[in-house]
Ligand binder design. Sequence first.
Ligand code: AMP
Length: 594
Amino acid sequence: MEKSRIEYVLKKIEEQTSNAVEEQEKILENILKRNAETDYLNKFLHGQTDKQLFKKYVPVVTYEDIKSYIDRVIDGEPPNILTTEPIIEFILSSGTSGGEPKYVLSTAECSQKRASIPMLMEAVIHKHIEGLDKGKGMYLLFSNLDFDTPSGLKARMFSSSYLSSPTFKTTVCKYATTPIEIILSLNKPQSMYCQLLIGLIRRHEVLRIGTIFASTFPNCIKFLQDHWKDICSDIRTGHLSDLITEQDCRTPMSSFLLEPNSELADLLEPIFENESWEGIITKLWPKAKYIDAIVTGSMSQYIGLIDYYSGRLPIISTFYNSSEACFGINMEPLNKPWDVSYTFLPNMAYFEFIPVDKESPQKAQKLHFNGVSNEESIEKLENGNAQIVDLVDVKIGQCYEVVVTTLAGLYRYRVGDILKVTGFHNKSPKFQFVERQNVALSIDRDKTSEADLSKAIKAAEIELEARGFLLTAYSSFADTWSIPGRYVLFWELKLRDSNIDQLKLDSNTMEQCCRRVEESLDFTYKLFRKMNLIGPLEIRVVKFGAFDELMNFCVSRGAAPLQYKTPCCLKIKEAIEILDSRVVGKFFSNGNLA
Ligand code: AMP
């Protein structure tokens, strides 16, 4: 990025964050003016555009509250349901509603605003790390399939939409090692192969290694473990492996594999052959200055793994974004992952915040304003000693649930994320990501709630019961060290009609249980399983009494014995070890998911 461009972009960020009050006023005014006549807003405002009336009468909602309006848009009903702007596509959120993905409307303006974020971040990073313009970034990026909706519009993940945007082509693509055709290939393994092969051929140009979410890294490492010999052989011979059959990968590769390069192959092979792969990223790409990947929130589970393989290169979490809206960017990119805060960009959407009790973030969930007028909802907020506040009025140290109103037809929409204010950048607050509400297990971008997990386990219990077993306790954890990561369930079983402790476990039955759980999980889980971003689910059967030991452990750490509830998912290493040391059988889901 040229120096003058960096300065220009940084100046724009400073201006916007300094004018947070005005920017927020402006965006709300704009949204109301354009959309007052939509079916949705008209119901509450009767064509009025006054901001105070908006706050008074438009309810704070969740997806379920507005699903019927979104479904009408998906079905292709005439415009003006939620927004007067033309809808260009639907963005699929990894959050789910009744097992289905959530659909978020996207307009040209919204899509453009979002696509500008990496460019803003690029300027911020250049300010903190020198010399990046002297080389390239190996960005491991992959596009997913899209599908048509009855409206004729496409539905796809935000990442796919972004990768095919003109902004991506004219920004990130310019300093990425991989040509865009390979990034856009829908054959993920072949695309990954070529991205890594080019990255290795251009290894001395690579100054940074990146992706969007950190969860891509374990898959990449596993891929290298499985394919490094083929990759090195291609480098040695100067011929692309026959494994790569897609033309969108093969054609651009011809500009990189120009001639045999046995010298490079001789140098790389011993690095791969080394028994320990600790620090391998810096051995393969010695000039890499940092890793660019989001490692906050549920992605923090991958920090250890990235540190291990990268030899502790700085990790930069660039932005905080969702299908619904883009929120903010990290203005102090070199902060440690756990100190990362995102500065909200006040021109992206209109933001409001529900204060959340720090000790019990679940409290925000009780404030569910299902279609009630805002007078009532404010009353409820007040009863809960909470009042919705504007972006510029949040208090340092306080936790909030974020609520957005967007140019693409979301009004006072609860995103479901809890954030903590850590300070201000000019007039705009900085937030640390605390948690996504109601997520028990998470791998990659799948988010499985306690309720989803319990429903899926119930479905599998039918298999057990038919064979005379009772499931007496269960817990789980997301095993992100295996590649790809998988969900592991701990089950304590007992024979219904006997007190015998030594159970004879039939592997067919147990594998069938694994499958039943998987089949009962939601759309995103099944999609990610099919894409091999999540590995086969595992059930570990533990000795009878193992869960009593877990309870003793939790009580020893302060849990109240009378109120003790078996944790549905385990995050503490010692707790996992207690159950792991009592495992009597391990079973995996096999075969493909329907
Ligand atoms: P999706 O709508 O599928 O793109 O998922 C968006 C959600 O991912 C957000 O609401 C957050 O829960 C999570 N997320 C996105 N960016 C970050 C980030 N930088 N740190 C932590 N969580 C994030």
